[in-house]
Design a binder for this molecule. Structure first.
Ligand code: SF4
Length: 251
């Protein structure tokens, strides 16, 4: 039985997809976004978090059977409330074998994959075919800027976006608005051009910068080095999307 590592399970959430949901945060992410507000999700290993309430370990290992059994206890109530289970992170694609095995063991329930899109095509397809809805992050279209601010190339992400578009799966594009980084007119226009016309696109959600992004780093024993001016006001420009006929919301 495959094992996986999870850094949090949030029960009965209303912000991680339709209806009432339970969100499983998979531990480990190949990206290192400067604005990441879940730094404990980046390392794939268990980590001690030292907070005001004392110490806790972020990173619980489960077999697929154990996690599915835990989630199955809530499936009927989630389904009754038009919700389901969201796999988020960190990055679920990094543990695609495990997540797929968990989903295969779940009772009938709506599955949402919340992903940065960074993973092998095989991993992406494995989880795509087991999902009902995808939340797909797009951060920066310019390859050099993506490398600079996330530590990774965006090649795999853009390839997986094409796969997603061709699949017919309904999906939402999520753009974290980071002042002076992702919120530039150029980047928003490039995102609008990239997603325009993709079958299955429901809308683009613009997510305003989380001013508390840096607050968890010290608890995880990590240093917050944003590399941009957090105090700069955000450019929330809907025009590139509206001009292209792409539905856009500020979440
Ligand atoms: S993709 Fe998400 S979890 Fe990974 S580093 Fe970026 S913001 Fe953090």
């Amino acid at each position: 039985m495959t094992t996986g590592i999870v850094f949090d399970i949030k029960e009965f959430t209303v912000h991680d997809g339709p209806g009432i949901r339970t969100t499983v945060f998979m531990k480990g992410c190949p990206l290192a976004c400067s604005w990441c507000h879940n730094p404990e999700g980046q390392s794939a290993r268990p980590q001690v978090i030292r907070g005001l309430a004392g110490e806790r370990l972020a990173g619980q290992e489960y077999t697929a059977e154990q996690l599915a059994a835990l989630l199955n206890q809530q499936v009927s109530i989630l389904s009754d409330n038009e919700g389901g289970i969201t796999f988020s992170g960190g990055e679920p694609l990094l543990q695609a074998e495990f997540v797929a095995e968990v989903i295969d063991l779940l009772d009938e329930v709506h599955i949402l994959l919340d992903t940065s899109g960074y993973g092998s095509k095989r991993s992406f397809q494995k989880l795509l075919e087991r999902s009902d809805l995808v939340f797909f992050d797009l951060k920066l279209i310019d390859p050099a800027l993506h490398q600079q601010y996330t530590g990774c190339s965006n090649d795999l992400i853009l390839d997986n976006l094409k796969t997603l578009g061709a699949s017919g799966m309904p999906f939402v594009i999520r753009v974290p608005l980071v002042p002076g980084v992702t919120d530039t007119d150029e980047n928003l226009a490039a995102i609008a051009r990239t997603v325009n016309g993709l079958p299955g696109l429901i809308r683009v959600d613009l997510l305003p910068y989380n001013q508390a992004a840096g607050s968890k780093y010290q608890y995880a024993g990590m240093e917050f080095k944003p590399g941009y001016d957090e105090t700069r006001s955000l450019n929330i420009n809907l025009m590139p999307f509206e001009r292209s006929g792409v539905k856009v919301c500020v979440a």
